[in-house]
Design a protein around this ligand. Structure first.
Ligand code: SF4
Length: 579
């Protein structure tokens, strides 16, 4: 990857594409690239939907090579949801395709003429930008059909649905998977709204004629890749739990630990959790002829994604993630897997973050907009209200924070405006520290302390005690920032945290790719560099220590069954970035 594509969406006479060298961004990839571009080029005090913000897409450092499980793509900008820096990460095919064309980043700049909407097609011949007015208002799956009819299903597509066009703060960016379904999403932080503000409906990326990226030291790369893949296959989480059940294997685990935030974070266990567990979903899918073991991109050795079909065997949605099953299921008192899957499909189709959308519905239920457990009501809210952009839909589409504000509720489970995912911070205190202090707002993936608190991966830190959580979250946040730059899927973390030889093999893949001699210390240094840039951007955007806090009710309201509150002190939280 040796070039960057910049498109000035507001250039006189229409969008103008310029392909240039990497310059100061040489060596960066994924989150490292997106956060560095935003840090260097976006005024921190700009409006996220204004012309000064930039929308950055970057494949990981080794994406597009034969490195196992490395097809991730990062989307970055200033977030309209948090007001801070944002990197949202997705699987699907786009990362590999973009990397094989040699692009380390696509940067959308400026603002188009009012009402303009464009399609960008990128292939080996260059870049073509054309009017996308006929695609306006299309949901992602209909859009995919039209793109497939024109370009075939070997290309990759990055797109927004109506939520992005309406610039909703919970709007996602969709990425097509191996079967050209727009089912993988850079979900968090309203990145879809920023793509919408740049006037881009869809980016079609075609790597026909291009080859897999070649490592500089093929033998070293190949040997390391073999050891790495073996390590993924032998670890019980990456080799068995995730391939068999997907991430929803966590429903029973988290529920049994008393950390399952049922009914808008009002209790820590859900008595009907087994009805929506990964085991239940997998059994249903096997019986119906779906597929619970599927890679979201080619070359994934873990294969945690899946295909969910209805009772007649027709595709309903991709296998929903644990966080989605929680947000639309246990969080809302909904126990029908088909309803949860319908909601997952609607989120993907309209282009919405499933976490913030489910959290918003949970808040709406608490506010009495629809009854708790009202499955048809939840579908109506997403499909008819958010999808159609009604006034109520606009509130919900702004996420849990805007919904709580509109209906006068204190109990908005958000940090920096972003909804907490499926782990109650009172009973998994390490992830509570991550929610509070992450540069991204409440984001479990930013420092997945659940691994060590509940799954006993990478050590054992008591989830109910404040002790040791700062150090745990700090180390995980540093490691994750680096991992998000490489292009490897975050789920490799289970294996590399537990198995030193698998971690070493991962570093050795990078060394083989670039003919370097990096060590674990260099990985840590990269993570710190990325976090420091992100933190600095947020400070310039106006964030203070007061933004690194959970809502106060998490300190006041005890969570059953352990009767615990969040008791990591403010002083401890403020020490997270002391390294
Ligand atoms: S582990 Fe799952 S999310 Fe990660 S790349 Fe593979 S299928 Fe996609």
């Amino acid at each position: 990857m040796d070039k960057i594509l910049r498109i000035d969406m507001g250039a006189p006479g229409g969008p103008k594409a310029i392909i240039g060298p990497l310059g100061p961004y040489t060596g960066m990839g994924g989150r490292g690239m997106t956060s560095m571009v935003v840090y260097e080029e976006v005024p921190a005090d700009c409006h996220p939907l204004g012309p000064e913000n930039k929308f950055v897409i970057a494949p990981g450092m080794v994406t597009g090579s034969a490195a196992s499980t490395s097809g991730r793509i990062s989307v970055g900008c200033k977030s309209p949801l948090t007001g801070g820096i944002k990197e949202a990460n997705a699987g699907g095919q786009a990362g590999q395709v973009m990397a094989r064309l040699g692009y380390a980043a696509i940067i959308l700049e400026g603002a188009p003429a009012a009402g303009a909407m464009y399609k960008i097609v990128i292939n080996a011949q260059g870049v073509d930008i054309s009017d996308a007015t006929p695609y306006k208002g299309l949901r992602n799956y209909d859009l995919a059909e039209k793109i497939k009819a024109e370009y075939g299903d070997k290309v990759a597509m990055i797109s927004i649905g109506p939520a992005g066009e309406m610039r909703m703060a919970a709007a996602s960016v969709a990425v097509t998977d191996r079967e050209f379904r727009p089912a993988r999403h850079a979900g968090r932080g309203g990145v879809g709204a920023v793509m919408g503000a740049k006037g881009v409906k869809v980016i079609v990326i075609d790597d026909a004629g291009m080859k897999m990226r070649k490592p500089k030291d093929p033998e070293r790369f190949k040997a390391a890749n073999k050891r790495f893949t073996q390590g993924l296959r032998q670890h019980p989480v990456t080799g068995e739990g995730l391939p068999t059940y997907g991430t929803n294997v966590l429903t029973n685990v988290v529920n049994e630990a008393g950390a399952y935030p049922a009914f808008n974070f009002s209790q820590g266990q859900y008595d009907k959790a087994s009805l929506i567990s990964g085991e239940t979903f997998a059994e249903l899918q096997t019986r119906r002829g779906g597929n619970p073991t599927h890679g979201c991109h080619r070359g994934c050795a873990i294969q945690c994604s899946g295909i969910y079909v209805d009772k007649d065997g027709n595709f309903l949605t991709k296998q929903p993630e644990y966080e989605t099953v929680w947000s639309h299921g246990g969080n809302c008192g909904i126990t029908d897997p088909d309803v949860i899957c319908r909601l997952d499909f609607l989120d993907d189709d309209i282009g919405l973050d499933t976490i913030d959308m489910g959290a918003a519905i949970g808040v709406a239920m608490e506010a009495g907009i629809i009854p708790v457990g009202d499955a048809e009501g939840a579908i109506r809210l997403v499909d008819q209200e958010v999808g159609q952009g009604t006034p109520l839909g606009r509130i919900l589409g702004g996420g849990a924070a805007s919904t709580a504000k509109a209906f006068g509720l204190e109990r908005a489970p958000v940090v920096k405006g972003q909804a907490m995912p499926a782990y109650d911070p009172r009973a998994v205190k390490g992830v509570g520290v991550t929610y509070a202090t992450s540069t991204m707002g409440a984001d479990h993936t930013a420092g997945y302390a659940v691994a060590t608190n509940l799954l006993k991966v990478g050590g054992d830190v008591d989830p109910l005690s404040a002790e040791g959580q700062i150090e745990l979250s700090r180390n995980l946040q540093i490691a994750t920032a680096a991992l998000d730059a490489t292009g490897f899927c975050l789920f490799i973390a289970f294996a590399i945290l537990d198995q030193q030889e698998t971690f070493d093999a991962m570093v050795e893949i990078i060394n083989g790719m670039f003919d370097t001699n990096l060590t674990g210390d260099d990985v840590v240094a990269l993570g710190k560099k990325i976090l420091s840039m992100e933190r600095e951007f947020n400070k310039k955007a106006g964030f203070t220590a007061a933004d690194d806090r959970l809502p106060r009710y998490f300190r006041r309201e005890a969570l059953t069954p352990h009767n615990v509150v969040f008791d990591v002190t403010d002083e401890q939280l403020d020490s997270l970035y002391n390294w």
